[in-house]
Every structure is written in C-alpha cells, then in structure tokens.
Design a protein around this ligand. Sequence first.
Ligand code: T4K
Length: 393
Amino acid sequence: MKTLDHNTLNIESIKSWDKIITVTRPDLPPLKRYVEYLKKIWESRWITNSGEFAQLLEKELQDYLKVENLALVSNGTSALHLALKACQLQGEVITTPFTFAATTNVILWEGLTPIFADIDPETFNIDPDEVEKKITKKTSAILAVHVYGNPCYVEELEEIASRHNLRLIYDAAHSFGVEYKNQSVLSFGDISTLSFHASKVFTTAEGGALVCKDEKMLEKMKTLRNHGIKSEEEVVVPGTNAKMDEFQAALGLCNLKMIDENIQRRRRLYEHYKRRLSGRIQFQRLTSTKYNYNYMPVCFENAEERDRAYLELIKNGIRPRKYFFPLTTNNVYSNKADTGKLYDLKRALDVSGRVLCLPMYSDLEIENVDRIVEIVSSVICKRLMQLLPVRVF
Ligand code: T4K
C-alpha cells in the first residue's frame, strides 16, 4: 500500500512512486472533461441519492453492456452483499477458494457457510463437477467467480443449479464488457455483480453494479441499497446504504467514453506478453468471445519459481501481485497457507502457488512489457538450463 507522510509530502515523493510499475493503474479521463461534470454538480448541489449522473450512468451501462436490469452500488463487495441478501439464502453456499477475499467474506457476513469446490486448472474457474459433489440438503446457492473476467462454465452451472433448485450468483467483479458466445456474460445466472474499483478496467474509483434477469429482483435490491426505504414514510425492509454518489458516477460517464480504446490498448499488450512468453509459461485458457484484458495472469512451473520471479521483478521496481494467493479458505479456518489441502482443493492450491499477475494497464509502455518479459524469462531460463544434460568432454 502507498503511504505518504503529510508533513513531508512533496512533489518529489509522488514522482518516485510514479517510477514504480504497479500491477495496475486506473484509466482517468482528461481532467477538463471531468471538470465540466463537476461544474454541473456544483450548480445543482445534488451530490448523491440517485442523482442525475447516477441515473444516466445506469442507462448508459445497460446499453454498453447489453443488459436490461442494472443498478449501481457503492462497490463490488456491497453488490455481493445485496445479491445474497435479496436471494434470502440459508445454510451453505458453494463457492471457489481461488478469488479475492471479498467473495468469501460476504458469505460469512451474511451468516452463511462457504463450501469450497475445486477449480479447473486451465480456466482457473470453479469446476462444475466439483460443485455437484459438494451439494447437500443445506445448499441454497452457488456463488461462482469469472476469475480475471474469464467466463465460467455457465451452461453446466446453470443446469446443476436448476436441477437442484439452487440460486446461481456470479461474482463478475472482473468481467466488465466480457462476452460468452457473443452474449454478455452478465446475462447468465440469477444475479451478476461488478466492481468498478480503481483496479478494474472500467472504474468509478470505488463503485460497482448489480445485473439481474428479473426486474422485481432488481427493484428489491434497489430498495435494499437505500436503507429499505420505499417512500418518505415507509421502510419496508432493513436495508443498508450502498449508493453511488454523483462524483463517482461522473467519473464513470467520462471513463465510459474511452473504454473501447483502453481495452484495445490492453489487448495489444496482452498479445505482446503472450507472443514473447509463449511456450515457456502457462496462460489462463480463455473461454470468452470478447475479453477485457483486465489482468495478465501467468503460471510458473512451481511456487519456488513464481516467488523468484516475484522478487526479481520487485528488485527492478516492478510490482506484480500474487492474485490469488493464499486461497480464501484461510479467511474461514486459519492463517495457514495450506488449509486448502483439508478441503480437497488440490488444483486451486497448485494454481494459487504458481500464479502471478504481471502489470497490465492501458498506458503501460511496450518497452516496459519487454523489460518485464526479460526478467521473467531470465528466471525461467535458469530452470531450463538445469534441465539440460551436462556434457562431459
Ligand atoms: N470479487 C472479486 C473477485 C474481486 O477481485 C473484488 C475486488 C471484489 C469482489 C470486491 O470488489 P470491491 O469491493 O473492491 O469493488 C485490489 C482491489 O482493492 C480490489 O477491488 C480487487 N478485487 C482486488 C483484486 O485488488 P488490493 O488490496 O490488491 O489493492 P491495492 O490497493 O494494493 O492496489 C493494487 C494496485 O493498484 C496498486 O499496487 C497500485 C494500483 N492502484 C490502486 C489504487 C487503489 C492505483 O494505481 N491507484 C489506486 O487508486 O485489492
């Protein structure tokens, strides 16, 4: 985390932070454009509670994402909370341990029990066969994650959920604009949740959204996000405050204008990484027909090699991240990195030990991608050299 001492804060300290290549960096619009929106906010003095910009962003996102029912919320975690709450779940929720802490945390906060199912070692998403094995009388839902935006096996999960009468919720925090079989990946399952955090391909600083098929369900979640208030004198359900404010919505409106261009730039970087590292490292197998290139995950041969590459990059002023290590089983049971073994999660443990997310953001320079590739390659080469037969002359 970046920490600045306010007493010594000066431009130089900010510049030195700028030299570090981080795993991600938010896209920001030209400042002038954002200021135009700020002027309107100043004029209206309407700064939150379903303001004009929030309503407009909801509409524009529905069009862009090709979905019918979308509600903005304050972040991706509150989107997950509202989704679970609206489904009135009980007992057990089957989920993946290979995800960010929030996916598992919300299950626990809602008083439910997370049951972990193993992942597919190529797509890194929850394996439907493993889900099926974990279903009991207590199961009420499946909470799957489209990891790094890569679509889950949606047809198989849909079939299992309907056969067992379970709710199917997708944590689509990384899936902005992703399509599966030329259809928005957000149109699968009962509810999908998005994150618009600074680290995401589309950002409102903090923010998120809920997408669902059923209009009534959307209304329910909109009521829940505003304290359960139906009218001035009617609170119909104990809700919460998960609203997006006008400053965030304005940033979203500006960023939406640049989204296609930014995704194109990421795509070029992704392909460059892939071309240069191909055959020497494992990439995630993508199942999408349209992808957003939010992350650049690669898997090394083993954990030791991953950790060496991680340290080597850090030494060179590059900050990759071990998303997602350790598994979120740790949130629940203990602090040990190997708790996954207890739950028959061998593949998740293996991927989590080998994965590294390399820097990926739209204005990352290609020369820096080359530098990163060279450092990673030098680590891999050491292993390959050891494998070569030693010749004795
Ligand atoms: N479900 C899934 C599957 C998720 O991945 C997430 C969040 C959620 C649910 C919950 O959504 P939110 O409630 O967060 O909307 C980051 C993000 O905070 C988190 O949103 C994200 N997933 C997760 C994968 O990554 P950290 O702790 O790694 O963030 P941090 O502060 O270390 O930032 C990462 C890098 O981003 C920094 O090294 C530099 C860059 N950065 C960050 C910020 C905040 C910037 O350049 N500017 C910034 O303002 O969790």
